[in-house]
Design a protein around this ligand. Structure first.
Ligand SMILES: Cc1cc2nc3c(=O)[nH]c(=O)nc-3n(C[C@H](O)[C@H](O)[C@H](O)COP(=O)(O)OP(=O)(O)OC[C@H]3O[C@@H](n4cnc5c(N)ncnc54)[C@H](O)[C@@H]3O)c2cc1C
Length: 448
């Protein structure tokens, strides 16, 4: 079969691959780009509207981010807003509403007030809401089902009106459609094309799909979720990393229990968000609670056992990985968190266990108000670093410097898709001696 040649091949049609496809099409002079996707549509896994919490993570209400992480995230979060406003996607798949992080009880209240002082310069719009104000703007976090006020102190820090919610599945579609509209460029998308092997041959890469199709490229970027590390390992790269897939599930309500996003104080040791409540774009803004966090021996959700063998290869199990996992389990906070999240998935008890914990946020919630959200959720490809012997808190990008990059993007990977695309587009252009129009990129997408 004749091979197809492209300047750049991107593996994976989630939001990361699609954002790079867009960035190269619009802001570089690279002529031909292919996006190769395993399934029959874009964004069917973590990037789908059902796969994540639909949050533009800005760093203002995510209490597990340090100030420097928040600065970094704020820049990329604003790229999402700028992109959507540029193309008129507000109220189509990007929505504005109130959002806040709440501290419950004296210790957390004090923590939130201190955090506000530290973060207010970076986020000057943040406001502090005391209990009286919360009764007006988010009453369901104050009163129980009998109308009694919660006894402990509570404080919210947030903003009343900001673009905070995006259906990232719809955004993925838009990125690809807009890339394909750029004149004088060959931007092709191939579905049902799982890349099985990637081999370097001289200055080029040869990619073979499970169907036997062959592609060649001068540069390859692998944005295949947890499978990025799987493909990296198969080429001898990223051997100092292992992947721990952590699934997240949700509970949905039939009504609007919250007016906006409400986050709880997060444990800084954990890379996963603490439970929160969000208005769901796909459910007419009904409140969705979650996500849970459960380590799974599988790289993809809702595809049966098909990726279990890939999990074992990608975990890269040896003494070092066992030590990282053992150390995690040794920590009392982390161990309790893991066990609690395990209970959230056990039939018959899961709903009650989840309700007990989420009632801390919304005291009036009853068992009949929530339902396990079937078909919602995804897998976060958390990275275990064997050199530093620890679980990495964020994303990982493997760039051996020879024309190939592999990206693993757990949360907030959807928020940082354009930021990662900017980074990778620059690397691709510099390697290929092509132009990246940084001025235009900054003018259109970056808030200075
Ligand atoms: C429960 C949960 C909640 C989250 N909440 C948020 C949030 O609120 N905000 C936020 O910013 N981020 C959030 N995230 C993170 C965010 O969803 C991900 O970082 C982002 O979707 C990753 O996109 P991706 O394109 O890198 O990966 P994916 O969406 O996983 O896409 C990878 C693509 O590669 C394809 N693929 C895999 N292997 C191959 C192969 N061999 N050949 C061809 N194609 C292949 C897959 O089919 C898939 O389409 C959340 C994640 C989870 C799981």
């Amino acid at each position: 079969m004749a091979e197809k040649h492209y300047d750049v091949v991107i593996v994976g049609g989630g939001i990361s691959g699609s954002a790079l496809f867009y960035a190269l099409a619009v802001y570089s002079d690279i002529k031909s780009i292919a996006l190769i996707e395993k399934y029959d549509a874009l964004a069917t896994l973590s990037s789908s509207g059902k796969g994540n919490s639909q949050t533009i993570h800005t760093g203002d209400i995510e209490t597990n981010y340090t100030l420097s992480k928040a600065k970094q995230v704020k820049r990329t979060a604003n790229m999402i807003r700028r992109y959507c406003l540029q193309h008129g996607y507000e109220n189509k798949f990007m929505f504005a509403h109130q959002k806040m992080a709440v501290g419950i009880g004296d210790k957390e209240v004090e923590y939130m007030k201190k955090r506000y002082e530290e973060f207010k310069e970076l986020f000057p719009y943040l406001e502090v809401y005391d209990k009286e104000r919360l009764k007006e703007i988010e009453p369901n976090i104050i009163f129980d089902e009998n109308g009694n006020e919660r006894p402990e102190d509570i404080v919210g820090v947030g903003v009343l009106d900001q673009y905070s919610t995006v259906d990232y599945g719809a955004m993925t579609q838009s990125l690809v459609e807009n890339a394909k509209k750029v004149p004088k460029k060959q931007c092709d998308v191939f579905f049902n094309s799982q890349v099985k092997t990637i081999k370097q041959l001289g200055n080029q890469y040869v990619l073979r799909t499970v169907n036997g199709d062959l592609f060649t490229a001068d540069f390859v970027v692998v944005d295949a979720g947890a499978h990025s590390l799987y493909l990296a390992h198969s080429m001898g790269h990223g051997k100092n990393f292992g992947c721990l897939p952590v699934a997240g599930s949700y509970y949905v309500t039939k009504g609007h229990f919250l007016k906006g996003k409400v986050y709880m104080v997060q444990n800084p040791k954990l890379p996963f968000a603490a439970l929160h409540g969000d208005p769901d774009v796909l459910l007419d803004m009904a409140t969705r609670f979650g996500p849970t966090a459960l380590a799974l021996p599988s790289l993809e959700r809702f595809h049966g056992l098909s990726t279990v063998p890939d999990f074992f290869k990608t975990l890269n199990l040896d003494k070092k990985i066992i030590k990282i996992l053992f150390d995690l389990f040794k920590d009392k906070d982390i161990r309790n968190y893991i066990l609690r999240n395990f209970v959230y998935e056990i039939p018959f008890v899961k709903k009650r266990a989840f309700l007990k914990d989420i009632k801390r946020l919304v005291p009036s919630l009853k068992l009949e108000d929530i339902e396990y959200a079937k078909g919602f959720g995804g897998v976060r490809p958390q990275v275990l670093n064997k050199t530093e012997l620890k679980l990495m808190l964020g994303e990982a990008s493997i760039n051996p410097g020879n024309g190939i990059i592999f990206n693993m993007t757990p949360s907030p990977g959807a928020t940082s898709c354009l930021g990662n695309a900017e980074r990778d587009a620059k690397i691709v252009c510099s390697y290929m001696k092509a132009e990246f129009d940084e001025k235009k990129f900054i003018a259109e997408l970056v808030d200075e």
